[in-house]
Design a protein around this ligand. Structure first.
Ligand code: MFK
Ligand code: FAD
Length: 496
């Protein structure tokens, strides 16, 4: 046998991550960091073991069985091992519960856990994100009966009582334009609301609950006539109630995530609030899942770069290790810089979320959070695709070979830009957020984050001035304003 190349090895995702370490060190008080460090270390260890396991065993995918041998409709989904482990590992280490603690650092402590767990989770983080979002939306609704019913399950620290929630929005006419929702809600003879229609993407179909948009019978067209409903998917015997799974989607990536097309034929449902303005009611969920998306995109980058960096110390070309080839080293450094910028933005949003939820923010924090949430989501998604693609190239041909496990990084990264609002839809959401306060919150953030005499301060302010002037030029012309939205969003995200 001739030359044999060493495979890349993964450093410890918690102990060897200097970016996370530095950020936690300057964000969390010492006692809070000490309290959550064992969970972070354990989640890092789990991620390392999962990586090593996958070097030896091929990945599996969920399988839907619609009918049993005796002709009964069962719609049973066999999950992958990581999904089977999900309830235990995440409740043991309080992944969701941490985010709903009593301190302004709760979200920081939650999203550090998410960042470490995500690369091992096989997108079990997708239903976790939606469950976190559902808990947040129910709290915001003030519907005490639903809060009492669902939150002990959503935030449970016991795998036996954990419930996952789905987010049923997208339908065949529109995923961005949910105002075209066709699902209807009507009351039966007992007064129970029931949903009828088709949800076109349901990624937490195995979840026990969901928040669903539907149009109450007789309500008019458009977004404002939609209502938000809380749904439990199974009856007391564990049978689906009024729901059939048509098929699991065949997807470019996220293969372990069972994303289903479902028909609703009388699913019992409870209104979360008034029977209108359902999108307004579900917005807290959207903003939380978009933050998860940003953190998970950053986690994917971190994993891709960690492997590429290690490989550069093991692979040689033209008489030197790749890491000692100046251009390869520069390529890795550029990826790292992109990653660190994206990391800072995503975790800054996590920090703001915690502060504002606990009433600790300053005058601009709520508006800044509203503005930066879509920006962080759209920016980190695009950067993660670019970084994952570059990372594959760092392995040469091996990066294109399935059983290295590397191509999956790129396939999976592509989803971050599509679900939870595409890049364009989020750029338009940024315009919505800018509407109330303009660039003032970003200017205030820059003033507090960048010292007045720092060399980059003048450049950032000049960019904000140019952006403000551009906004002023197009603000009265909706077509030009919308056409400029993506460029403005990228500029503001890069500034932050
Ligand atoms: C592992 C990674 C973790 C992530 C897991 C993700 C799993 C994937 C699951 C999904 O993909 S779930 C489906 C996600 N779907 C979307 O994100 C929908 C994308 N479309 C939009 O976001 C549209 O902008 C939207 C449907 C929200 C609004 O469209 P419209 O019809 O133009 O509505 P309109 O009238 O502008 O807004 C309705 C209200 O909601 C307004 O408030 P008011 O009623 O008070 O006027 C808006 O201000 C408010 N609103 C909209 N977006 C908001 C918001 N409020 C706060 N935050 C927002 N982001
Ligand atoms: P469209 O809305 O048809 O968008 C097509 C294109 O048009 C996009 O490029 C978009 O940016 C652009 N566009 C639309 N409107 C505008 C505009 N006004 N200006 C400029 N450009 C515009 N949904 C759920 O509800 N629950 C789930 O659990 C869920 N899971 C998913 C899992 C996966 C793996 C995927 C891929 C999707 C999932 N989705 C889920 C659906 C997802 O949220 C939608 O696909 C997404 O919101 C886009 O909607 P659409 O597919 O209808 O595309």
């Amino acid at each position: 046998m001739g030359f044999l190349q060493d495979a890349p090895r993964l450093a410890h995702p918690f102990r060897d991550d200097r970016v996370l370490d530095a950020w936690l060190g300057h964000t969390l008080p010492v006692d809070r960091l000490a309290a959550c460090a064992p969970d972070l270390d354990a989640l890092g260890e789990y991620a390392l073991e999962a990586y090593e396991r996958h070097q030896l065993t091929p990945r599996t995918e969920p399988v839907l069985t619609q009918w049993d041998a005796w002709g009964a409709r069962v719609d049973r989904i066999a999950l992958t091992p990581a999904w089977e482990e999900g309830p235990q590992i995440t409740t043991r280490h309080a992944v969701l519960a941490a985010g709903h603690g009593e301190s302004p650092w709760s979200r920081v402590e939650e999203f550090a856990r998410v960042y470490l767990y995500h690369p091992a989770s096989e997108f079990y983080c997708c239903p976790l994100a939606m469950t976190d979002g559902a808990a947040t939306a129910l709290k915001a609704s003030g519907n005490q009966a639903l809060i009492d019913r669902a939150l002990p399950h959503f935030l449970s620290r016991d795998p036996a009582t954990l419930w996952l929630s789905g987010q049923w929005m997208t339908e065949t006419p529109g995923g961005s334009d949910v105002g075209r929702t066709e699902t209807t809600a009507r009351q039966d003879e007992t007064g129970q609301w029931r949903l009828y229609g088709r949800k076109w993407f349901s990624s937490a179909v195995v979840g026990e609950a969901a928040l669903a948009l539907a149009r109450p019978e007789g309500a008019g067209p458009g977004t404002s006539a939609l209502a938000l409903f809380y749904v439990e998917t199974r009856d007391d015997e564990g049978r689906w109630q009024g729901l059939t799974i048509d098929r699991l989607k065949k997807k470019l990536g996220t293969h372990e995530l069972p994303t289903a097309e479902v028909h609703l034929d009388g699913v019992p449902a409870t209104p979360v609030g008034a029977l209108e303005h359902g999108v307004r009611q579900v917005a807290p969920m959207l903003n939380v899942t978009r933050t998860w998306n940003a953190v998970c995109a950053v986690a994917t980058m971190s994993r891709a770069i960690a492997l590429a960096r290690d490989y550069a110390t093991r692979r040689s070309a033209f008489g030197a290790r790749l890491v000692d080839q100046p251009l390869h080293a520069r390529t890795l450094a550029n990826m790292q810089a992109e990653f660190e910028g994206a990391f800072s933005l995503a975790f800054y949003v996590a920090e703001l979320l915690g502060r504002t939820e606990h009433g600790m923010g300053d005058a601009h924090d709520a508006a800044l959070l509203r503005l930066l949430t879509p920006l962080a989501k759209l920016w980190t998604a695009k950067v993660s695709i670019r970084v994952a693609s570059e990372a594959l190239e760092c392995f040469g041909g091996a990066g294109y070979i399935e059983d290295t496990g590397l191509p999956q990084l790129l396939r999976d990264a592509q989803v971050y830009a599509i679900w939870e609002g595409t890049t364009n839809v989020l750029s338009l959401d940024m315009l919505r957020a800018l509407g109330s306060s303009g660039l003032a919150p970003i200017r205030a953030a820059v003033a507090s984050l960048v010292p007045a005499d720092a060399p980059e301060r003048a450049g950032i302010e000049a960019t904000l001035d140019t952006t403000e002037a551009l906004l002023g030029d197009v603000v009265g012309d909706r077509t030009s304003l919308e056409a400029s939205a993506r460029g403005i969003a990228f500029t503001l995200a890069r500034c932050m």
